[in-house]
Design a protein around this ligand. Structure first.
Ligand code: SF4
Length: 307
């Protein structure tokens, strides 16, 4: 029997050294703090565009207050919102990186705790039953970690601190296949409308389609964490994103749900295939300060920080 030499396919392997885990810890501390203070440029631009377009005087005023909040946070190095959220990390792990996954998880958690204690930040994480706050922004299964494996020899860590106002307005429904695309649209519009002001609009509406119930919910979160207006590469999915963006903004909920033409800064969809008798749809919204920050580790050196 022929033996497959897997190593032959890996010509550019990066074997991490001990310093890597310390870099990850230090970096996750920085990512958490900075993501709460520095809004990504695409979100800033989207808020500016919404402000320019808004015709309703009250809506324009609210958007200008949101923009001013961001510039005050910039000037005074303050948090954009007091809600430090649930720390959620998305990891992209290159196929040619060799590392200890347990140590990587520990380093991410430690960095999150250090950000909370050393900055200090409000810890929003409690035991679900006792409601006891550990004071560290971490706990059982928190930070929430999502993993994806990709080609290459890099590790990317993206933090998305998820505010509770928007996270509480999360939805999942197992539609019937007969409901079709029209059923999907109707359900998403109902979710956004029922949420009203609660997710702190204008939001990024993340939609998961397909998979199983759990996969669908994870896809919605991934969609909400994308750069504003980054289109899905699948033309059918992109068409649905565009249609829903128009329909949602026609609702007139507007900024903070007080009326106006921008309820959503963007609509993003992530889709998976599903069972022939399933049609799952999930909605997960990102509030107006759609916070995120990423670090890319390429070797045993300090990472590159971006949004
Ligand atoms: S949902 Fe977002 S904007 Fe609203 S309070 Fe929480 S972090 Fe702040």
């Amino acid at each position: 029997m022929a033996v497959i030499d897997y190593k032959a396919n890996y010509t550019n392997v990066w074997e991490v050294d001990d310093n890597f885990y310390q870099y990850v810890e230090d970096t996750c501390k920085t990512l958490y703090i900075e993501s709460l203070k520095d809004l990504p440029p695409d979100v800033r631009r989207a808020l500016e565009r919404a402000h320019e377009r808004e015709e309703l005087e009250s809506g324009k005023e609210i958007l200008s207050t949101l923009i001013k909040t961001v510039s005050t946070a910039d000037d005074q190095k303050l948090l954009i919102c007091q809600d430090t959220g649930i720390p959620v990390y998305f990891l992209k792990i290159g196929s040619q990186v060799r590392f200890d996954g347990i140590r990587l998880q520990q380093a991410i958690k430690k960095g999150t705790e250090r950000a909370t204690l050393e900055h200090p930040l409000r810890s929003s994480i409690v035991n679900t039953l006792t409601r006891k706050n550990h004071g560290t922004s971490t706990g059982n299964q928190v930070p929430v970690l999502h993993y994806e494996f990709v080609e290459g020899n890099e590790i990317e860590i993206l933090i998305v601190p998820k505010g509770s106002g928007s996270e509480n307005m999360s939805y999942l429904k197992m539609l019937t296949p007969a409901a079709g695309i029209e059923g999907i649209k109707k359900y998403v519009l109902e979710c956004v409308f029922e949420s009203g002001a609660n997710p702190c609009p204008p939001t990024i509406v993340g939609i998961g389609l397909g998979g199983t119930a759990d996969k669908c919910a994870a896809l919605a979160k991934k969609a909400a964490a994308r750069e504003v207006g980054s289109p899905n590469p699948d033309p059918d999915v992109r068409k649905l994103e565009e249609e829903l963006y128009i329909l949602i903004n026609k609702m007139g909920l507007g900024a903070q749900g007080l009326g106006g033409s921008t309820t959503a800064l963007a609509v993003h969809i992530e889709a998976a295939d599903t069972h022939m008798t399933c049609n799952p749809v999930a909605v997960n919204m990102m509030c107006w300060p759609a916070r995120r920050m990423r670090a890319t580790f390429k070797s045993n050196q300090e990472p590159i920080i971006s949004y």
